[in-house]
Design a protein around this ligand. Structure first.
Ligand code: PLP
Length: 394
């Protein structure tokens, strides 16, 4: 006998991976330039030059056994301090270095935090649309994920949140800017969410934690930005990754930061360390810890994403598609012209357009386009979108 759940996760491919696989096969058959692959969220702009410069300098000037050796389990002390300082300076957060745990990307941070917090029967709430892996991360910690449907503009429905919270609720996950909608939570929404959570804590007599998943934090257009979630709600844990901001998704580097205003912060932090230990996640990549410390506060050039957003949003809107205008990240959420988004995605394949159905993100009737592609791909895809729109009489 083996673990049935693990077997099922290992064997089931996400819709995104399946579509990306299909896109690769089509590219091999008909040429890369003839396939408009909007399936996967892999950054398309290079890391800032300081990243490679730092790697070279580290390789040349640092003792190899130290450079590639184990670091303290929660990360290098100098990096933990740099992270806390950066969060406090740029986002008015209230983080102290002792509450920072450096880990392998946001995924490891989310898994460790969820595992640390959940006890038998506890539930996690996420606002739809949400990153599909939240379900796996929650179930791996023996919890249950419930989703709260969004408003038409993909902002969270606060009264639906109020109805969804029960005595079993332990965690609310927010993700801003959002994958897959690109929508940024406004300060007004954050205030309202915090209000509902404080009331629920009082009503049920136990802590409810806000898990703020922020891998796209710096990918925000039009100068819109908000203060740290820790300023809105005391029981906040930030899960961050340098995957998107520094274009380093394969290097697996990120962190968890527990708000210093959380009353039980030491217990929660220690439990996160313990959960990471239980998962075997100790020691984020040692070379990368030094790289991100040296590149703290830098961001890849996101002007290409903004240009892509503008071209794609206008192009698709002009074709007659109903799109949610993204404030950030690199995703566009488009309403399917037929109720079944999977059928729409299948039909789009006829024009070599790879669009991910929103069902896996907890919202039916939408598709996600990852526009972290070349500008040429977007421009060249427009005639195909026009033909697709015509098929629907738009
Ligand atoms: N959370 C969201 C919303 C994401 O989109 C992703 C990755 O795409 C992650 C978490 C995981 O980030 P990482 O690959 O850095 O672990």
């Amino acid at each position: 006998m083996i673990n049935e759940k693990s077997l099922a996760w290992g064997r089931s491919k996400s819709c995104i991976r399946e579509l990306a696989g299909y896109a690769s096969a089509r590219k091999a058959e008909i040429g890369i330039e003839n396939v408009f692959d909007f399936s996967i969220g892999n950054p398309s702009v290079p890391a800032p030059p300081q990243v490679n410069d730092t790697i070279r300098a580290l390789l040349d000037n640092t003792d190899s056994t130290m450079l590639h050796g184990y670091t303290p389990a929660p990360g290098l002390p100098s990096l933990r301090k740099a992270i806390a300082d950066d969060l406090n300076k740029r986002y008015d957060a209230n983080i102290i270095p002792e509450m920072v745990y450096v880990c392998c990307g946001a995924a490891a941070g989310l898994c460790s935090s969820i595992r640390a917090l959940l006890c038998d029967g506890d539930e996690v709430i996420a606002f739809a649309p949400f990153f599909a892996e939240y379900t796996v991360f929650t179930e791996a910690a023996c919890g249950r994920l419930l989703s709260v449907p969004p408003m038409d503009d993909m902002q969270p429905d606060i009264s639906a949140l109020e109805s969804a919270i029960t005595e079993k609720t332990k965690i609310l996950i927010i993700n801003t800017p959002n994958n897959p909608s690109g929508v940024l939570l406004t300060e007004d929404s954050l205030n309202k969410i915090a209000d509902v959570m404080r009331k629920a804590q009082e009503k049920y007599g136990h802590s409810i934690y806000l898990l703020s998943d922020e891998p796209y934090r710096e990918l925000v257009f039009d100068g819109v930005s908000t203060k740290s979630a820790t300023r809105f709600y005391d029981n906040t844990i930030i899960c961050y990754s340098f995957s998107k901001s520094l274009s380093l998704p394969g290097e697996r580097i990120g962190y968890v930061a527990v708000s210093s205003t959380m009353a039980e912060r030491q217990d929660i932090f220690d439990a996160i360390c313990g959960a990471a230990r239980g998962y075997g996640y100790v020691n984020a990549p040692s070379l990368m810890q030094r790289v991100v410390e040296n590149c703290m506060g830098l961001t890849s050039d996101i002007s290409a994403y903004k240009r892509n957003r503008d071209i794609l949003y206008k192009g698709l809107s002009d074709c007659g598609f109903d799109c949610i205008k993204p404030d950030g990240a690199f995703y566009l959420f488009v309403k399917s012209p037929e109720p079944d988004a999977k059928a729409f995605s299948e039909r789009a394949k006829k024009y070599e357009l790879m669009l991910v159905p929103g069902d896996d993100f907890g919202v039916k009737g939408y598709v996600r386009l990852a526009y972290c592609v070349s500008e040429k791909t977007i421009v060249d895809s427009m005639p195909s979108f026009k033909k697709l729109a015509e098929e629907y009489g738009l």
